[in-house]
Every structure is written in structure tokens, then in C-alpha cells.
Design a protein around this ligand. Structure first.
Ligand code: PEP
Length: 253
């Protein structure tokens, strides 16, 4: 059975103390409320990663992820952070291909493919984001656009490598806008993506790949989204900054 995952993307938010408090609250609620079948991934800004990992410790079901990484192994790349560094203190996931990185930092499919390779080379799990703009959605070419993103950045992987990847479908028009894709729209795209994976890697690999939905998910709409057969969890932005909201989303399965 594929994994259910809810990942919180803190983006460029929270001071050190706020991050510590949020982490402590989430870990405590996760334990107290006996959540077991959903993996939670906390993705804070880089300086928070080590202290957040210390707080999370070895709590089963709770993992720590980065929001980005270098495409290089190591060396003179001022300001960059390698997956080798991340792996060395227990970071286990990296978000790649988020639309904000594609748009503001001009990350393209080729660069993302190199980052995916780095993440896998050090035994971490990429959460690979894909999604279409409103313009593309309105033109009706959203499925082929999103499939092309996967093909360009992931389809060089062997089936064994690919089986470690998590996908996050994030329609750009729904990110931070309060405008969620309907559960039916999410299901339609997730099923199309799973079909695309099956055509490349076969049914077995496609069936075990977790595909998360991201875009204004909140405690009020998570249950309907997670109720769809091809929605295996969420990548949560704004609502991941409030422990109660985040945990309510996690408990929506
Ligand atoms: C995101 O940026 O990954 C995201 C889904 O943000 P929000 O939940 O705020 O729309």
C-alpha cells in the first residue's frame, strides 16, 4: 500500500523560537492523538532544520525535509546547501520543483533533474512538485503540461530509483490564493498522472507512488480531497504554520 503523507511547507516564515514552538506542538499532538498511518514531514527554512530535527528526534512517523537543495555534490558554491550536508543530520525529504522556485528562481526541468539525482544519490526522498498556471488550465492543456514536467525531470530514473519519489500536484492558481482545486479536479489530475507513471514504469510502480495535492488545503477541505482514491496526502503551505490546523489536516484521512 502506498504511503499517506502530509508535508508542511513553512516557506520563508517563522523565527527560531516560533519554529521550535510549532515543531514541539505538532510532535506532541501527533503522539497524543495517536496518529499512526500518516507520515508527517516538516519542511522549515534551512536554519531551522537542525534544531527541528533535534526536537523531532526519532519520533516514528514524523520526518524533516528541506525546501530546496543544490544540484552539486560539494565545493565552491557559496550560499548553496548540498544533500550530503542535509543527510548528515537526518533530513530525509527535499521539496523540489515548487512553482515559486520555478518562477522566481528560474529553476527549469534540466536543473530539477540534476537536483533529483542528488537527492536520490544521498538516500533522501524528493517531493517533486508539478502544476499548471491558470492560463494553461483555461486553455485545457493542463494534463499534458504537468505530464511533460514529470517526463522532463523524472523519467531518466530507473524504476528502482523512481520508486523512491513522491509527487505533489500543485495547481499554481490554487497556491496561497484560497482557491482550492475541487476534489474532483484533483482526482482527475492525480489519476492522469498515475496513468502516465504506469505507461513509463508499469502498474506496480505507479500504484505504489504517493501523489500529494497542494494548493490552499485546509482543515475544512482536506477530508474531501483525501477521500479521493488517487490523493495520497497533501503539501500544505499556509495552514502548516498553525499546529492545530496542520494536525486537523493530518487527521482528515
Ligand atoms: C505550497 O506552497 O506548497 C502550498 C500548497 O501553499 P498553500 O497551502 O498556502 O496554498
Amino acid at each position: 500500500m502506498r504511503k499517506k503523507i502530509v508535508a508542511g511547507n513553512w516557506k520563508m516564515n517563522l523565527t527560531f523560537e516560533e519554529g521550535q514552538q510549532l515543531t514541539s506542538e505538532i510532535v506532541q499532538m501527533y503522539k497524543d492523538e495517536a496518529i499512526q498511518e500518516v507520515i508527517v514531514v516538516l519542511n522549515p527554512p534551512f536554519p531551522h532544520l537542525y534544531p527541528v530535527k533535534k526536537l523531532v528526534g526519532d519520533t516514528p512517523g514524523v520526518a524533516v525535509g528541506a525546501q530546496n537543495c543544490s544540484d552539486k555534490e560539494s565545493g565552491a558554491f557559496t550560499g548553496e546547501v548540498s544533500t550530503k550536508i542535509l543527510a548528515s543530520f537526518g533530513v530525509s525529504y527535499v521539496i523540489l520543483g515548487h512553482s515559486e522556485r520555478r518562477e522566481y528562481f528560474k529553476e527549469d526541468n534540466t536543473l530539477l533533474a540534476a537536483k533529483v539525482n542528488q537527492v536520490l544519490a544521498h538516500g533522501l526522498t524528493p517531493i517533486f512538485c508539478c502544476g499548471e498556471s491558470l492560463e494553461i488550465r483555461e486553455a485545457g492543456t493542463h494534463e499534458e503540461t504537468v505530464k511533460a514536467q514529470l517526463t522532463a525531470s523524472l523519467f531518466h530514473l530507473s524504476p528502482e530509483e523512481f520508486s523512491k519519489v513522491v509527487i505533489a500536484y500543485e495547481p499554481i492558481w490554487a497556491i496561497g490564493t484560497g482557491k482550492t482545486a475541487t476534489a474532483d479536479q484533483a482526482q482527475e489530475m492525480h489519476a492522469a498522472l498515475r496513468g502516465h507513471l504506469a505507461s513509463k514504469y508499469g502498474q506496480a510502480v505507479a500504484a505504489q507512488t504517493s501523489i500529494l495535492y497542494g494548493g490552499s488545503a485546509n482543515p475544512g477541505n482536506a477530508k474531501e480531497l483525501f477521500g479521493k482514491p488517487d490523493v495520497d496526502g497533501g503539501l500544505i503551505g499556509g495552514a502548516s504554520l498553525k499546529s492545530r490546523d496542520f494536525i486537523e489536516i493530518v487527521k482528515s484521512f
